[in-house]
Ligand binder design. Sequence first.
Ligand SMILES: *[C@@H]1O[C@H](CO)[C@@H](O)[C@H](O)[C@H]1NC(C)=O
Ligand SMILES: *[C@@H]1O[C@H](CO)[C@@H](O)[C@H](O)[C@H]1NC(C)=O
Ligand SMILES: [Ca+2]
Length: 147
Amino acid sequence: MKALVLTLLFLLIAANEAKVYSKCELASHLKQGGMDGYYGFSLNDWVCMAFHESSFDTRAVGRPNRNYSRDYGIFQINSRWWCNNYQGHTANGCNKPCSAFTNDDITDDIVCAKRIVRDPQRMNAWVGWKNKCKGRNLSEWTRGCNL
Ligand SMILES: *[C@@H]1O[C@H](CO)[C@@H](O)[C@H](O)[C@H]1NC(C)=O
Ligand SMILES: *[C@@H]1O[C@H](CO)[C@@H](O)[C@H](O)[C@H]1NC(C)=O
Ligand SMILES: [Ca+2]
């Protein structure tokens, strides 16, 4: 019985921490977070970016970059500039531990993504967006969503 309870508890915790968004669910959260049109970027841009950066997986952690920084979470936020992973120098522009960007609550991830896009390079900060979304017809990324 105790083992069963522990197993259930573990599954609950695991389920709580590992969230892979669906396209429309993410679009809806981003809209609530004020991302639609933020600095001129549409929901489609944000959804397309998140897909190509993390496949919508809130737990995604990138392999170490050449300079030993890493990218965290659904928006693959970089530890050199935006969050602290306690493994080297960081500017910590979003003033967060990187672990804040690998849980299933993306509220703070959204706040940080907004901070990132306010920098001059805008969404070019995300290579996935630059290579796979920029300048393309992105209407499929919110098609069929009830927004
Ligand atoms: C480290 O590499 C990442 C990814 O390539 C990049 O975003 C970041 O700006 C780099 N940091 C430095 C200090 O060069
Ligand atoms: C984008 O693609 C959709 C569907 O493929 C189409 O309906 C729409 O007109 C396109 N938009 C532009 C600006 O080309
Ligand atoms: Ca978070």
